[in-house]
Write a protein that binds this ligand. Sequence first.
Ligand SMILES: *Cc1c(COP(=O)(O)O)cnc(C)c1O
Length: 472
Amino acid sequence: MSKSFNDADRRAFAEAASAATIYREGLGTRPIGPVRGYEQKLADFAEPLANKGMPSDEVIRQLVDIGSDGLMDMVSPRFFGWVLGASHSAGTAADILSAGWAQVATMAIVTPTASAVEEVAGKWLLDILDLPRESSIGFTTGATVANATGLAAARNELLHRVGWDVEAKGLFGAPEISVVVGGEVHSSVGMSLRMIGFGADRVIVASSDSEGRMKPDSLKAVTDDIDGPLIIIAQAGSINAGAIDPMDEIADIAAEKGAWLHVDGAFGLWAHAHPEYKALAKGVDRADSWAVDGHKWLQVPYDCGFVFVKNQAAHVRAMGHSAAYLPNSATLRDPGDYVPELSRRSRGLPVWAVMKALGRDGIVDMIGRNCRLALRMADALSQEQGVCVLNDVTLNQVAVTFGPKGETGDLMTQEVLEQVQKEGFCYPSVGLWKNRQTLRISISGYATTDDDADKSVKSIINAWRKVKDQNE
Ligand SMILES: *Cc1c(COP(=O)(O)O)cnc(C)c1O
């Protein structure tokens, strides 16, 4: 046996896999929230760094011992918080292999398996999402970096067109680029813009309709007197309502203005993969770049996102690493040329594995089922007196309020949420929408069933009745 891999290491691998297995087997049978909170866990882990090390298996045993009671069951079929995927078992197992194989997936000729799997899975993604097949693809940590990457390609191309090499000269002294977003743009887009040199304050906001969709009239008005380079950022899937911007109308305006249209489709872009929901995102394929998460609706384990850019040259100009010192293989696709990271894990493996496990039908079924369950929960909840579903449930998001409009209702909603989370049968999260506190439900896990949805509704309604009684 190799000296670099001993018996303790072998046991460490087996014990980590076993602990993960036991954890997954218990999902749905225990309260979802952690038994011990952050401050307690901080105390549990606190110790000075030891001078002497210890064998790997002992390390893993300690980690499992100390760590297991501070876990949030985000992959439970009844975890409805934020918009989180349930990290599919096939992808999770592939991720274990990815760590074990330890391929730095940057250069195709150096890491053939990791690079090929990424390229193949990337083509599957373009196909199932029905985006222009010639688009280039980057596998990122999530939608935040995917948005930043797509926007960096936009920045490069728009300035390239006016004779400015932004990668060489930066933004100081560059021709100004205008950036327009919708009124319900995701907060992380501000971060993505900041990363590539666009300050949050200089972004122009086009207003949104009552569901949070960008209004084409408003987009037209705010872009009317913009002549120079222009980026329009549309959204597929708002976190409160799951609303998708009217892509065709936005694409018309973008075309008229010669603008670069980028779509933040972190979860909502998946509507375009479903025959029934596709119409909601009609025209989304007319954009120039798109960001979507792997770790949300596709169920790839954390962390994983994708960026697609129709103009491959702009993408590589913005993100290419190869130029100076790497053995760039010219005709081969080097994964590192499409993302900001240089050394990176083989992100393609878990993506390939999840897509193989679910298949095209499995992915489409899951999207349809999740949307149907969101509607089912919304319908059942709104039967109950004092409960109001604020959004038009067209996708997988439900925004719920309890009690009257105003401070009393906000407090009641907060109390209901706390009760539900404390009981831990299901786990919605908090939202703030239309100036109201909401309990937000996102159905975005592959394993959620009708029974999960129905019993979760009961748990929420019971909590509401208790809160109502206490307040009378
Ligand atoms: C989650 C989300 C993001 C950010 O994605 P991360 O994967 O968390 O970086 C951006 N936009 C929308 C609409 C989202 O839902």
